[in-house]
Design a protein around this ligand. Sequence first.
Ligand code: ADP
Length: 952
Amino acid sequence: MFKPFPLLEKSIRNQFLKTLMTLIVVFLITMLTFFIYVKSSNQSLQKERDSVREKAVLVDELEESINEIFFRARGYYAFQNDQELNLLNENLEEFEILLGKYSELRLTKEERELYNELVDFHKNYKTIILPKAISFVKANDYASLRKLSNSGTNDLVNKFVSYTKAYKKKTDVDLNQIFTKTIEQAQQFTLIALILSGLILFLVTVIMWRVLYNLIRPIEQLTTATNAIATGRIIDLGGLVQREDELGILTNSFQNMTKSIQEKEEVLTTQNEELIAQQDELQENQSQLQHSLNQLQKYNQLNHALTFTLNKQKLVENIHEYLNYIHKFDTSILYLLEGNVYVSKGLTNKSTEHLVGNLDENKRVRLEEEQSFVITREVVPEAQGIAQESYYCYDLYSSVLNSEGQLVAVMMATREGYPYSNQEIEDLNGLMNRISIAFERILMYEEVERSRQLNQNIIDNVNEGIQLVSISGDIILINKALCRIIRCQNRLEGKTTSQQTWLEHFQTLSDQPEELTSFFKKAIIENFKDTRKIRYSISQDTPVFIEVYATSVYEDMEKVGTIFVHRDITREYEVDQMKSELVSTVSHELRTPLSSVLGFTELLLTKNLKPERQKKYIETIHKEAIRLTNLINDFLDIQRMESGKQQYNMQSLAIDELAIEIVNRFRHEKNHHVHLVDKARHINVKADQERLVQVFINLVGNAIKFSPNGGDVMISLENVNEMLQVSIKDEGIGIPKNDISNLFQKFKRIDNSSRRKIGGTGLGLSISREIILKHGGEIWIESEEGQGTTVYFNLPLGNKPLSGQTIKVDDLDDGQIGLNVMIVEDDLSLALLLSEELKSKGFTVIHHNDPKRAFEDALRVPLVGVVIDLMLGDEMNGWDLVQQLKETSQTSRIPIVISSALDEAKEEVEKFKIEKYFTKPYPPEELSKILVTFLLSKSSNGNVIFPEEKRE
Ligand code: ADP
């Protein structure tokens, strides 16, 4: 318990307080005395300074007053002004007052004498001199006045003035002396203050030193004694014990404590020894506990594996590891009889593999009967190794049996010189039973997994999308087909997907989000036995149409979910669409010609008509019959092509010949000008001529049909990317951008007012596409509404051009290759021959057989020359064309070559300045040569050879 510290007379605290108090008292008295002394010295100096100043001021005022008196007296004498006299009297009174004040000051003897003189002067002046002077002034007796003035009054005044001046000087000296005195005094005070401070500092130091000596030293002694005790020594503190202050008490307590520690130390040492013994025991227990804990952990791991592992290899490894930890085998192996599952310790791979496959039949039977047994054998001397004596080896065999008592797994383990206890064998058997259950569980799981996988495979390989939804609307199962259809990209796959998530997906995907969502929601909530369905579509590049069926799934009469089957019905939908388009086309395209056939035959049958009328009606009936035949042919063609029954008779074909033939076929079109621009150097393809003609007829037919206001139809041949590219360009109504991609589908037509009058089946383009694809080419359309259409197709070249082959004329520059030459010729074979020759030299050939059209084209296209046959159409012959060309300024400069079977008509040749006249037959190279010479001569002499307007 804490004892209060006794109050001591000589305690350190008391000593310290006393000293401190004395110090404070001495300090305060000294400071006070010093302060009073300084203050009184300052005050006496101040007084002295004030009296000197006051006297100086009064002397100044007296001087001023005397001067004023004389100034007023003179004023009065001079001007006899009474005002001045009054002021003079006032000054005399003031002078008297000042004299009174002066007499009250402390005056020296000399000053007192002066004072007496001044009093006399004042009295004398006031009573005698002034009244006399006034009477002189009044009597205007200035001579007596002057006499009076010089009678000695002035002497006194002058004496006083000199006194004041001397006095001022003295005052300054006095003040300076007082100031010097003040400074000296201040210095003295500072010195005294410094000495006092030094004294106080000295006193404090002495006191501090005393405190240190009295306090710190004994504490140091005590510290040394404490340290000594810690090292077992004892130090005598004799002097300190005698002290009557706190330190004396502390030393006494310290000595008592030392004694008590020494006594208790022995007891503690004994106790400590006991504790050390107990600690050893505890450590022993702890390591035992640790061992048990490790064992438990291993057992726990094994338990976990036995309960949860679904992998046989892992399970076998876990069991093997545990058994080795518990039983410390030297070598061991654990393997399953089925499947290549095993694990071993201390054995090579080879021995392990050997042991796994070759269990002795007898041992196998024994294992099935006994579960575990041990074979003890003596180790042969060769195998004893470094062992000096013979010893035994213990081979343990243990089995895992399934529920039917069949052997499932075998454990073989060997320990050298360390037998198995009965307890070990018992534990092992118990464990093997548990392992058997774990194996059965894995086998069951594998069986379930196999059938689940089978089901999944079946579901995934079904073409329909399957979606199983729980009663709460979450997806439980979804197959790949559905993912493909709705493009879910794993988003809806995997674990369960909430109703909200997959419904949102369908909402963003489908074109009918609301109907579809309400269908799904109803199907999930409601109980129904039948099948419900709805259709929805997904808009993408090509729209997809889906039909989804919903069926409730029941378990014990209770609804547990809903199954949705999504079927892609795009194809069926398209077929439906096509059917309705077909029906409308057929009904229109059949009805129109049939109604005119019926109408006209009825007219012919019922009425008596003139022969010309009859002929006209029969012609119409014939035309409509042809239209019907074409329609039926189209149907049959597409049907044949789609069923793959169309035969293609592939042969080498020159497309330019075919194109010229096509141009010829359409030569009688009144409003449309079909012509050919042939830029292709390689024109041979492998194709079925009849089918290609069909393509040309369809495309050129469309170009004419969909240019109701007439216009040019240009067939171009070109070599692009080692293919032959054909284009058919018109100036018709064009096609809206969005419709272009759909037009190759069967029965697809654009339904708008501008086209309704134009007949058709919607089959032409799809037939053409089928044919071109079969030829290894492609077909496409470029068009702008109102601006005309170009349909392109390309075909692989029959005999590919040899790389590096040059076809230009030596004299011709590169830039001149590809220049346009027009051939106006109705003989197809000659036209072809000439065009082949010209193309081989790098010219582009524009072929016409109608001179009228040729002229129109010559106005539009820049030409390097025109080759004209003379015998052309009925309306216009070659000379007519020549004339037209020459007479039209735009075309007059184009060089003309005549190619005719007629002899040269000199007159016309000269008249029209014909450049060259070839009489058929002539070698085609001549033609290209002459054209090249035109080019060279015209370009060198700067003549213009193209119609000028067309040049830019
Ligand atoms: P059809 O000509 O019998 O209608 P097609 O398959 O040949 O059938 O053509 C399909 C549709 O493509 C036509 O109905 C027409 O609307 C459009 N079309 C084809 N060629 C042209 C063209 N040159 N100019 C404008 N529209 C065209």
